[in-house]
Design a binder for this molecule. Structure first.
Ligand code: GLU
Length: 490
């Protein structure tokens, strides 16, 4: 029986750190489940013991939770269709494979590795398509018994229909058809008794009442295998959804080769915001049919549809991600942003743990000054370092340009004296003081502003000079300018 509401699953194999492609698929699952009031299931496909990577499940769960995509059923939360780890579901696979053997749709294959290797070589030499030659498919009982003695650990293969075509409707690709004579009798239970992906995922999708299977485009070629298993059991297949693959900016497949770009956790470490990431991944291969880039989580849930998934490759456009990220950073309140960068500044040693009220107050002022330039949270410590450390390192080029003139020491001295004399440390007074020095010395404001910025921050760029001078504070600013004047005084 089909459930009333869609049920979607994310089915990762714990074989490595989650990558962008995995999470983009999960975004589609999650948005469609939330859009329809359906269910988002997390199922762990851990039947390949050789490829198991310690910690990868935890990383996957961390990534999903960080994205605000809590699964409704699965590890840690349970649910009515558990267990949600395939390694704990072997009894189900054995029960169902028996049915296939009884109905003649699966068979034991005793062929040794050596024989299969030999077969492959012959096929290669004859330029034939690779695949099992079905030697064990129609063994009579006597030969089977004999083979079983030679190889007591057979695998179980699925007996594919070899005539005609296997057809399916894909929500993204439309009608797709595969020739059956090109299909292989693939293994469904391995010699160690574990199922392969093809078999376990079909059995579980059926038992867990999954209605929509969203998965990477690379699985489309496996769909005829899955369709035939559904047919063999007389089960209703799910709606297939194979979004296009993701390409990098140069048009190459975004693959493991560019691991720095695909490892999802590095985006968390770099300080992207979950909502910016959600917006970015949702619109990478899906569109609401309008010219718009910013969508809140609620809007994505409201607008998401399978029809909007595009059937041409999605491009991973880092510049677009950074642009979105900047927009999301600017939408935060100063308080929210300050909370987000606080741990990074503590790690840099700028703020104590726990922070004092005074440190928090200062942090808020500093945050207010960098909010319109900050993109990645990881850039914050470097961006604010001069607010915290009085040991200013002068940017070499900037120093050459703005501090190395003969007039520099005199200008800096005049600025320092003027700022030191201010009775009230306010933005207006600071600005008036600097402009006053320019007038008194008969130079342009820029001739005062650039060396002063260099002296106070060591850089040629940053927040507004008067504002940052106000926040750093009178005595520290005066000391920095004096120190700089000294350094460049001869
Ligand atoms: N375990 C498969 C993977 O990690 C899942 C594919 C699917 O969603 O069916 O790629």
């Amino acid at each position: 029986m089909t459930p009333d509401k869609p049920r979607l699953r994310m089915a990762p194999s714990p074989t490595g750190s989650p990558h962008i492609g995995n999470i983009r698929t999960a975004v589609f699952d999650y948005l469609y489940a939330r859009h329809t009031g359906g269910t988002f299931v997390l199922r762990i496909e851990d039947t390949d013991r050789n490829r198991f990577v310690e910690g990868s499940l935890e990383e996957m769960m961390r990534a999903l939770r960080w994205m605000g995509m809590q699964w409704d059923e699965g590890p840690e939360v349970g649910g009515p269709f558990g267990p949600y780890f395939q390694s704990q579901r072997l009894d189900f696979y054995h029960k169902y494979v028996r049915r296939l053997i009884d109905s003649g749709r699966a068979y034991y294959c005793y062929c040794t590795k050596e024989r299969l290797e030999e077969m492959r070589k012959v096929q290669e030499a004859a330029k034939l398509p690779p695949g099992y030659d079905r030697r064990c498919r129609d063994l009579d009982e006597q030969s089977r018994n004999q083979c079983a003695q030679e190889n007591p650990k057979p695998v179980i293969r699925f007996a594919m229909n070899t005539q005609g075509v296997t057809e399916l409707e894909d929500a993204v690709r439309g009608h797709v058809s595969f020739r059956n004579d090109l299909q292989d009798d693939f293994v469904i239970i391995k010699a160690d008794g574990y199922p392969t992906y093809h078999f376990a995922s079909v059995v579980d999708d059926h038992l867990m009442k999954i209605t929509h299977v969203v998965r990477g485009d690379e699985w489309l070629s496996s769909a005829p295998k899955h369709m035939q298993i559904y047919e063999a059991f007389g089960w209703q297949p799910p709606v297939w959804v194979h979004p296009s693959l993701i390409l990098d900016e140069t048009g190459k497949k975004l693959s493991k080769r560019s691991e720095a770009q695909t490892r999802f956790l590095s985006y968390i470490e770099d300080g992207y915001l979950p909502d910016a990431m959600l917006n970015f991944l949702a619109t990478m291969g899906w569109s609401a049919g309008e010219d718009r880039k910013l969508y809140s989580r609620e809007e994505l849930i409201e607008k998401f549809s399978l029809e909007g998934i595009t059937n041409h490759p999605a491009i991973f456009d880092l510049a677009k991600l950074n642009d979105l990220q900047g927009e999301y950073v600017r939408m935060l309140t100063v308080g929210q942003l300050a909370d987000m960068i606080l741990p990074r500044l503590q790690q840099a040693g700028f703020i104590s743990e726990p922070p004092s009220a005074q440190e928090l107050d200062y942090l808020h002022k500093v945050t207010g000054l960098i909010q319109d330039r900050l993109v990645l949270l990881k850039e914050a410590p470097e961006m604010v370092s001069f607010f915290y450390s009085d040991e200013i390192e002068y940017d070499e080029k900037g120093a050459k340009k703005h501090l190395a003139k003969d007039t520099t020491p005199a200008i800096l001295k005049a600025v320092s004296i003027k700022l030191a004399s201010l009775e009230e440390w306010s933005l207006a007074n600071i600005e008036a003081a600097l402009r006053g020095v320019a007038d008194a010395l008969g130079v342009k404001a820029a001739d005062i502003i650039h060396p002063t910025r260099m002296a106070v921050t060591g850089r040629t760029w940053g927040p507004g000079l008067f504002e940052l001078i106000e926040v750093v504070g009178q005595s520290r600013v005066v000391a920095r300018i004096d120190c700089c004047a000294e350094k460049y005084g001869h």
